[in-house]
Ligand binder design. Structure first.
Ligand code: SER
Length: 361
């Protein structure tokens, strides 16, 4: 199943359940100086999660462009990237745990409407409880009622099963879904085995359902919101990896065309992946109006481009390779996101930065 088909199926699944499709917001957050980039689908929705009425209603769904750079050093392994697409559905004070979990399960496992994944390869985690919120027995019971046996449900603490966008804002316990990439090894039957399987990338997290009914202020959970929200997020790159039976995101259809154009620039796979990832993120950022500079978003863009160039064997991306890489990126996203048609402008911005970097070197 191609990434286009996954996006389409996701939106159609939730539209059929009365969700309104909203467009992806820009990678550069509007009216939110607390973050440089949109890092999750919920970010542009914060005012509505806090109670403001959304013009499109209480049930929303979209595919959101996201950039996260905190794991930039990990890029090059099987699953890390700096730009990614997040499939998300939201309940703004409407449905809560039962519908959210049931629909996540149905989308993942339904052959007709969803991805048709094998339910026997699904593992889930839920919040174990602490002074801020009780143990999430309710979510565990819902998972059991859907057929996930107790030995594949694990209670974990805040580090794993609590989500908030930062020190302030809506937050809450979450339930994460993992898919077993190597079922032939035999079933995982307890928390310790599961954690080991996660560390070894045998299981991959494919979706996160956050039950946003709490609020955080200055890093502390201060109490409940006036409404119970649901915020979900599924990484398209990882879903594509699972659906296309690949063991890394760079072999999926989202990256394959880009990787092909990068191959000749670096002898080592990790470096090729870094170049592919960073140029991809750079193009998406430029499409949202970012230009290389020494501050804020422009600084991150500069850093990404310089790291990409630095990882080539010759410390240079020749212009014809650059044009081919940018072309492969535009090809993947021009029908999905706005402002992706300006191929020559993308090349120009990157080329100018490359010249500046050469001087610095
Ligand atoms: N906000 C949550 C996350 O980023 C779910 O979308 O994982």
């Amino acid at each position: 199943m191609t990434s286009d088909e996954i996006r389409k199926r996701f939106l159609a699944f939730f539209e059929a359940r009365n969700h309104t499709v909203i467009p992806s917001a820009s990678l550069v957050p509007e009216n939110d100086p607390s973050v440089l980039f949109t890092t999750a689908g919920m970010q542009p929705l914060v005012p509505y999660l806090l109670g403001q009425e959304h013009p499109a209603g209480k049930r929303l769904v979209n595919v959101q462009k996201c950039v996260r750079t905190q794991d930039i050093e990990e890029v090059g392994d099987a699953t890390h990237d700096t730009f990614f697409e997040m499939l998300g559905n939201w309940s703004l004070g409407d449905y809560f745990k039962k519908d959210a979990i049931t629909w996540s399960y149905e989308f993942l496992t339904s052959k007709d409407e969803g991805l048709g994944l094998d339910p026997n390869r699904l593992y889930v985690t839920v919040f174990e409880g602490d002074e801020d919120a009780p143990k999430d027995e309710e979510s565990a019971e819902i998972w059991k009622s859907l057929g996930i046996p107790e030995e594949r449900i694990y209670f974990l603490g805040k580090e794993d099963n609590w989500w908030s966008p930062g020190d302030n804002g809506p937050c809450g316990p979450d339930s994460e879904m993992f898919y077993d990439l190597r079922p032939e090894v035999g079933p995982i039957t307890n928390k310790e085995e599961f954690k080991k399987a996660d560390d070894q990338s045998r299981v991959v997290e494919v979706w996160n359902d956050v039950f946003m009914e709490y609020e955080k202020k200055d890093g502390k959970v201060t109490g409940k919101l006036t409404q119970q929200n649901v915020d979900t997020g599924a990484g398209l790159e990882r879903l594509a990896m699972v659906m296309q039976d690949k063991d890394n995101i760079f072999d999926t259809d989202l990256f394959a065309g880009i990787m092909k154009e990068v191959e000749g620039l670096a002898s080592d796979t990790k470096k090729q992946r870094i170049i592919a990832d960073h140029v991809r993120t750079a193009v998406l950022l430029i499409s949202d109006g970012v230009v290389p500079s020494n501050t804020e978003q422009g600084y991150i863009l500069r850093r990404l481009l310089r790291r990409a160039i630095f990882n080539t064997d010759n410390k240079e991306i020749p212009e014809e390779s650059l044009a081919a890489i940018v072309g492969a990126i535009v090809f993947k996203y021009e029908a999905v996101y706005e402002n992706m048609q300006n191929t020559s402008q993308f090349i120009q911005v990157i080329q100018k930065e490359q010249e500046a970097f050469k001087k610095t070197l």
